[in-house]
Design a protein around this ligand. Structure first.
Ligand SMILES: C[S@@+](CC[C@H](N)C(=O)[O-])C[C@H]1O[C@@H](n2cnc3c(N)ncnc32)[C@H](O)[C@@H]1O
Length: 297
């Protein structure tokens, strides 16, 4: 945990690494890049060298990617329409509001940023956001949305940033895709490592106690059955091991995808009541954990 990891990783399929001085999207590459053709609307996605350092050998993509996991490159075009927009907008507002309430604008990394909806919102609100995702198809949408946001092609288990870089490291709806317990732990440890002492780590993920997830997850294109809904205990243990202290551990949200737009005011009122009722709130859709990094290296 004390080492600074550098570099990473190619594509999850990990078969096409070649040497090159320029990434296929025209950006200089830091070293070996994977030659995956980019879509016509090319984007500048930062590639990082898989070389690593002597004391911190970097894993190849093949070592960390479970092939049964969703290939987000194939669902990237459909992702932003996978849930009704009024429901997505509601969750976007809730997440941005939570972050604003707890963390002042500063340097932020969105791990598993996907198409960058929240990254874009926070950037608009004055946060200096870096988006990280192992799927270029998703990063392409982030770059289209906000070309000024740094987009880094990497796995959460191996973040290509120095220790103590960010004021906030967060992930939303990512961990259940990382799924494997060791990989989840590594991702939390990495998020903690790259956070400055006194900075925040935010994990926002599906609550295994909510009975609706197994139904919804059968319908949306981004879920293949390889996901694992993760009890908050695992996050708390990993945060503790990384030197972070939880300050908020809360069940959040309830509004399902089928809530009609015209009933949103009622749904929002119901949601905020359920969030506040002990025991009942254990059925909320998401677990939200905010921690502060306490250790000083
Ligand atoms: C359901 S999407 C969520 C995207 C975005 N955070 C959001 O809230 O819309 C899950 C994201 O996790 C990313 N992901 C999957 N495995 C990952 C890993 N090991 N490390 C980091 N991100 C990962 C996927 O590429 C995808 O963009």
């Amino acid at each position: 945990m004390s080492n600074q990891k550098q570099g990473v990783i190619g594509h999850p399929n990990g078969t096409r690494e070649t040497q090159g001085s320029e990434a296929p999207d025209g950006l200089p590459a830091a070293g070996a890049v994977e030659q995956q053709p980019l879509p016509a609307a090319s984007v500048a996605v930062q590639e990082v060298s898989p070389s690593g350092t002597a004391d911190a050998p970097v894993k190849a993509a093949n070592d960390v990617f479970d092939p049964s996991q969703t290939d987000f490159d194939t669902v990237a075009d459909a992702y932003d329409d996978s849930l009704p927009h009024h429901v997505m907008d509601h969750y976007l507002d809730k997440r941005a509001e939570f972050i604003r309430r707890h963390v002042a604008p500063g340097r932020v990394v969105d791990v598993g940023c996907g198409t960058g909806v929240l990254a874009a919102r926070l950037s608009d609100e004055g946060y200096d956001v870096t988006g990280v995702d192992p799927f270029r198809g998703m990063l392409k949408y982030l770059k289209k949305r906000r070309p000024g946001i740094d987009a880094v092609h990497a796995f959460g288990q191996n973040l290509p940033f120095a220790d103590d870089t960010f004021d906030l490291a967060y992930c939303v709806a990512v961990m259940h895709h990382v799924a494997d317990p060791a990989a989840v732990r590594e991702t939390v440890l990495e998020m903690t490592r790259v956070t400055k002492p006194g900075g925040h780590i935010l994990i926002w993920d599906h609550n295994p106690r909510n009975p609706y997830w197994p139904i919804l997850m059968k319908r949306v294109p981004q879920d293949t059955g390889a996901e694992r809904l993760i009890p908050e205990k695992e996050f708390l243990e990993a945060l503790h091991a990384g030197g972070a202290r939880p300050i908020v551990v809360q069940p959040h949200s309830l509004i399902p995808d089928f809530a009609p737009r015209r009933l949103m005011p009622l749904a929002i009122t119901t949601e905020s009541i359920v969030e506040r009722v002990p025991l009942l709130n254990r059925l909320c859709a998401h677990n939200v954990i905010l921690a502060v990094k306490t250790i000083q290296r």
